[in-house]
Ligand binder design. Structure first.
Ligand code: ATP
Ligand code: MG
Length: 239
């Protein structure tokens, strides 16, 4: 494990029958960083999050989080160690109010959950929605509330899977501002995102997945001009 890494992944493999979704992925996430994970559709990004978060326990390899191996642990065990994630599709409870959605996401004995929830809602200017049902939120609001749910447990690291997809520009800006704010307070992020402007803007380091393998790693400027990356995205090397 490299010094300063909060997450260290070695030789991660995951097969679905004939499909090798992850073929020996190695990846390091520096503590306190925002790291980007990009790659074409079907390259294995979500599968990587599934495995690291414990939702998928069929992978082989090594995953070290905060100094301890976590591969094979159950999702709630990993979550309780401070590694949280959001989903590509929203998971807000439709029959609960926004405030209830947040409170149920807190650790069970957290007496400050209600005030923390209200504080988070105010920070993203959704304070007027506290009593609104999950089902009455717009898709973008649901995605933002899902993100706030993750924040209720004050994780040290958060995996974001396309958090801005389908979200309107105003809420999207709020979301990225919140990521920056939390990162300033020390939270580490790994972000899957197709918008390269966002990746360029937020991420110090970017990993590129293609067909289950890491084909490039570095700052965005280096990665965007890498021949293998151009080939993976456009099916050809640069002319
Ligand atoms: N549960 C599953 N069963 C079978 N195959 C799967 C399963 N989940 C993913 N795959 C396959 O694994 C590969 C990687 O999929 P994955 O969803 O991780 O890609 P992705 O990079 O997140 O794509 P996208 O950008 O479209 O979200 C694909 O070929 C996909 O069809
Ligand atoms: Mg995906």
């Amino acid at each position: 494990m490299a010094i300063g890494s909060i997450l260290s992944v070695r030789n991660l493999h995951r097969d679905f029958g004939g499909v090798q979704a992850l073929k020996g992925v190695d990846l390091e996430v520096a503590r306190g960083s925002i790291t980007g994970l990009i790659g074409p559709n079907g390259s294995g990004k979500t599968t990587f999050f599934q495995v690291v978060s414990g939702m998928d326990r069929q992978a082989t390899g090594e995953v070290i989080f905060d100094g301890a191996p976590i591969l094979g642990l159950k999702p709630y065990e990993i979550y309780h160690r401070g590694l949280a994630r959001t989903f590509q599709l929203s998971r807000v409870f439709p029959q609960l109010s926004v405030l209830e959605n947040l409170i149920v996401a807190a650790h069970r004995k957290d007496r400050g959950a209600r005030s923390r929830a209200l504080e988070l809602l105010a920070r993203v200017r959704l304070e007027d929605y506290a009593e609104v049902l999950g089902s009455d939120l717009s898709y973008g609001q649901q995605k933002l509330v899902e993100f706030l749910r993750v924040l209720m447990s004050e994780p040290s690291m958060i995996l974001l899977d396309e958090p801005a997809a389908g979200v309107n520009p105003t809420l999207r800006q709020t979301l990225w501002d919140m990521v920056r704010h939390l990162n300033g307070l020390g939270t580490t992020f790994v972000i899957i995102e197709h918008n390269m402007e966002v990746i360029a803007d937020l991420c110090r380091e970017v990993y590129v997945l293609s067909e289950g393998g890491i084909i490039a790693r570095g700052d965005f400027a280096a990665v965007r001009s890498d021949e293998r990356v151009l080939e993976a995205y456009f099916g050809r090397a640069r002319q």
